[in-house]
Design a protein around this ligand. Structure first.
Ligand code: PEP
Length: 240
């Protein structure tokens, strides 16, 4: 079954809207990833989808103002956490070292990890080989010291930065090339799956999700539009 992760980012503005959105996106194979403040409310209405968090800290408890710990998330029935999202890497200065610590802390608490990797546009302009090299470095660093058995609890999202809808002049990757990179990642590490993210919408979803090498999608902007999101989920559902 393909996985569809709904990353709501810093949306919506009210808990009531979050609840409505969660009810409209509550399908098997979907991971709903709301802001922290709605986790509990969203969890209370979900019957089919899993729950994810957008970030995690690497310590359980202590003097870390504003941070949310792996055990706190676990106790809220969160199953997945995102690590390495480019919005945090680029705009909040999150380093591979921090990402590595987060991943190890989350895994040791039994959480599964959605690790985002992807190259900036200048790298991709140099060709797909350069993009693969860039991603290889990110993965090697971010998963350093993670046991093989734990790597099976990691989903890697290939998200070229320039394809994320909030980037300037964003456009989705060419599905064939995204699939080539996902296949490359699968050869590099033995993880639970490799999914694609970056401007996935109802119109292009089938082109990505119809490919064997792409195990699902991370959906940002379109996960705030229930009707469009439902079409993406339908594109992921096998016909038989
Ligand atoms: C994302 O949030 O990681 C993402 C891929 O966003 P969008 O679908 O809006 O490009």
């Amino acid at each position: 079954m393909k996985l569809i992760a709904a990353n709501w980012k810093s949306n919506p503005d009210t808990a009531k809207t979050a609840e409505r959105l969660a009810l409209a996106e509550d399908y098997e194979g979907v991971i709903i990833i709301p802001p922290f403040q709605y986790l509990e409310r969203v969890r209370s209405v979900l019957k089919h989808a899993s729950l994810g968090a957008q970030n995690v800290f690497w310590e359980n408890g202590g003097p870390f103002t504003g941070e949310v710990s792996p055990s706190q998330l676990k106790n809220l029935s969160v199953s997945f956490v995102i690590a390495g999202h480019s919005e945090r890497r680029a705009y909040l200065g999150e380093t591979d070292d921090m990402i590595n610590k987060k991943i190890k802390a989350a895994l040791s608490e039994g959480l599964q990890v959605i690790l985002c990797v992807g190259e900036p546009i200048q790298i991709r302009k140099d060709g797909i080989r350069s993009a693969k090299d860039f991603i290889t470095n990110q993965i090697r660093y971010d998963l350093r010291g993670v046991k093989r058995s734990d790597a099976k609890k990691v989903i890697i999202t290939y998200e070229p930065i320039w394809a994320i809808s909030t980037s300037q002049n964003a456009e989705p990757d060419i599905p064939e090339e995204a699939a080539e990179i996902c296949a490359y990642i699968k050869n590099l590490v033995n993880v639970r799956g490799v999914i694609y993210g970056g401007s996935v919408n109802a119109k292009n979803a089938k082109e990505f999700l119809g490919r064997d090498d792409i195990d699902g999608a991370l959906v940002g902007g379109e996960s705030l539009k229930p009707k469009e999101f439902q079409k993406i989920v339908s594109a992921a559902t096998p016909l038989v």
